[in-house]
Design a protein around this ligand. Structure first.
Ligand SMILES: Cc1cc2nc3c(=O)[nH]c(=O)nc-3n(C[C@H](O)[C@H](O)[C@H](O)COP(=O)(O)OP(=O)(O)OC[C@H]3O[C@@H](n4cnc5c(N)ncnc54)[C@H](O)[C@@H]3O)c2cc1C
Length: 612
């Protein structure tokens, strides 16, 4: 994986060009290599050995405390020590000002070694980044800094038992906390708390990753809740949602722990298929289990303006979703590498022809069989293609933040259309890669003697969280490809067409260039047909096949672009073979997917409940 990662970063994405930007002026390519080396080493030494333990000894709640294996504590301590929590932050904050693409590449090693352990760090960085973008100076100082230092970890509390995909239905309530100043007076003291407007929260949050543990001395929950209107009712829709900082342990204005517990109680842990290293909690806010100043209600400080909660929460959505996609890629990679090693070592059967017909001849390694090579090729095409996709998008994030105005705007527009793909494509095909890895190992792959079954279980989450597959599809076809007159789709199409045209001049790649140009044309035509009647129900009934086709066209494009960059490189034969695989076995699938999209296939809409 490292060889491919280095090739993609340097030979394909030209990482060196970032060094000319003022923000990265003090870096050198060596700096980046050292960061990658260190993360690769810590992941290998601390995360990988703990991965199975974290899975088999899943988090346990004894009614008072959550217990995690010692190996989890040691792995996370090593991660904190690595400095990766603050890696992208300014030097002034103790960060390294790493570009997003390098930060993500470095974190990828941890996801490959143990995605369930890596999650604590990723969600903590996401929480602290959000506070840096939307918090007051005091909120940044008190709540973001300790997270960058790894003294405290964070969570993101959006989902509720009855509100998952539809966050507009969150029912958690936040009311101004009149308690500190006694009765509400003319000064409204709750508004003048040094840490921000102070509220009391009540409600339930479901599926909270890292929601309870004793890895750190405090946990900073970022919670979506609604502030009731003057009539006491919650404002319907997303406009009513605000965002609050709710620490597990209360702090004073200087950020010192007061020793008092906030009114956040663990109702129970979820017992999951995979990702078991990460504790996952149902949290009760404000039920009176830990009264504050004698009153029920979890104390929370508002971040941003009332009603702006979802906007603040989704500010970092592109990065978070690219991160989920990259995690799915890494699980795919882990399975690919293990099944490849296994196929080289395990012997079974004989070739179909020649000496193979002689049963006295020794058996050959699995990798000698064409069908096994086909399964390995599929995995290679999925995981290396997914890695290219994630890194390309991360590089766009850097362009958006540090590029010249026009390039930055273009990157932002491209990210709008590419983010649903960066999240969903690896989640689906990384999982398929894991399934194929199990298949390569045969019966052994189905046992717990090998890791491939755990990778599959871990990866199964990625089509569900951070917006399900279906929700990503609705976002892509319902919003992203039509927004601003289809500006994002046009920009993307121009980039795809440019690659197809370049390939057209190159022997051995010209036919792929033609195939890509044709696929792009059919994708554009299907997009138009889907919206031909302008009726969202008709267009969107087949949004998921559209997402799948769109993803395959994007990855076909990236494979061709990568193959162009690989000419003359030692990796060329492998990249060329994966390209051939993708164009021969995968790209033709888009016609089935686009067929139902283009004719606005009505079956999913017309199907009646009673017919099932
Ligand atoms: C292990 C794990 C970790 C998680 N971590 C966190 C976390 O840290 N913080 C947090 O806030 N949440 C977290 N989540 C919650 C996660 O984001 C939700 O599970 C997800 O948003 C889906 O919500 P739901 O489970 O209620 O499913 P539902 O919303 O009930 O969806 C069920 C199915 O119906 C489909 N569906 C729903 N609505 C529509 C629609 N309008 N049109 C078409 N199809 C639709 C969905 O695509 C899905 O296939 C986590 C979940 C899991 C399993």
């Amino acid at each position: 994986m490292r060889t491919t990662l280095d090739f993609l970063l340097h030979d394909w994405l030209q990482l060196a060009t970032l060094l000319q930007r003022p923000r990265f002026a003090e870096h050198a390519l060596d700096t980046y290599a050292q960061v990658l080396d260190t993360c690769e080493r810590i992941a290998r030494e601390k995360f990988a050995p703990a991965n199975r333990t974290a899975d088999t000894q899943e988090p346990r709640f004894d009614g008072e405390r959550v217990h995690l294996p010692e190996a989890t504590h040691a792995a996370l301590a090593a991660y904190v020590e690595s400095g990766m929590l603050a890696a992208a932050q300014d030097y002034g904050l103790g960060g390294m000002q790493l570009p997003c693409v390098v930060e993500m590449a470095a974190n990828a090693f941890f996801s490959r070694a143990s995605v369930g352990l890596a999650a604590y760090g990723l969600v903590t960085t996401g929480n602290a980044n959000l506070l840096m973008a939307h918090g007051t100076p005091a909120q940044r100082e008190v709540f973001a800094k300790p997270q960058f230092a790894g003294r405290w970890f964070g969570t993101m509390c959006l989902s509720e038992p009855q509100a998952g995909s539809s966050l507009s239905d969150v029912a958690a309530r936040a009311i101004p906390d009149e308690a500190p100043g006694g009765a509400a007076d003319g000064d409204r003291p709750w508004q003048h708390d040094p840490l921000g407007p102070r509220y009391r929260l009540r409600g339930h949050k479901m599926w909270i990753s890292g929601g309870e543990h004793e890895l750190t001395e405090n946990i900073v929950h970022l919670v979506l809740a609604k502030i009731p209107g003057p009539d006491g009712r919650l404002v319907p829709g997303v406009k009513g949602i605000s965002l609050f900082i709710v620490p597990k342990w209360l702090v004073d204005a200087q950020g010192e722990l007061t020793g008092a517990r906030n009114d956040v109680a663990l109702a129970g842990l979820n017992h999951k298929l995979g990702y078991r290293g990460t504790s996952n909690a149902l949290l009760n806010f404000g039920e009176g289990r830990f009264p504050v100043d004698g009153q029920a209600g979890a104390v929370g400080w508002r971040v941003g303006a009332p009603g702006e909660g979802l906007r603040c929460m989704f500010h970092m959505m592109n990065e978070a979703r690219i991160g989920v996609g990259l995690g799915a890629v890494m699980l795919g990679f882990a399975g690919y590498e293990q099944s490849l090693a296994y196929a080289r070592q395990r012997t079974q059967g004989r070739p179909l022809t020649g000496a193979g017909k002689d049963a006295t001849q020794p058996p050959v390694p699995l990798i000698a069989h064409a069908d096994v090579k086909r399964m390995l090729l599929a995995q290679k095409a999925y995981v290396e293609g997914g890695l290219a996709l994630a890194l390309y998008c991360a590089r766009l994030v850097d362009e958006q933040h540090t590029g010249q105005a026009a390039a930055a705007a273009e990157a932002a527009t491209l990210l709008e259309v590419l983010t649903p793909i960066a999240k969903s494509w690896p989640s689906e095909w990384g999982l398929e890669a894991n399934s194929l890895a199990i298949q390569v190992l045969g019966g052994y792959g189905y046992t717990r003697d090998f890791m491939v079954e755990q990778y599959w279980r871990d990866n199964r989450l990625n089509m569900i969280h951070e917006g399900t597959h279906g929700i990503q599809a609705l976002d892509l076809l319902g919003r992203k490809v039509v927004m601003n007159g289809g500006a994002g789709l046009k920009l993307l199409a121009a980039r795809i067409a440019a690659t197809a045209e370049r390939a057209g001049q190159v022997e051995g790649l010209a036919e792929h260039g033609n195939a890509l140009a044709g696929a792009l044309q059919r994708l554009g035509a299907a997009t138009k047909s889907a919206w031909a009647t302008g009726v969202p129900e008709e267009a969107l009934a087949n949004a998921t096949p559209y997402l799948q086709a769109f993803g395959h066209v994007v990855v076909a494009w990236l494979w061709l672009d990568v193959a162009l960059a690989a000419r003359g490189h030692a990796l060329q034969p492998g990249k060329q073979a994966a390209l051939r695989y993708f164009y021969a076995y995968e790209l033709p699938k888009i016609d089935a997917w686009l067929g139902v999209v283009a004719r606005r296939e009505a079956l999913p809409r017309e199907m009646q409940d009673g017919w099932f």
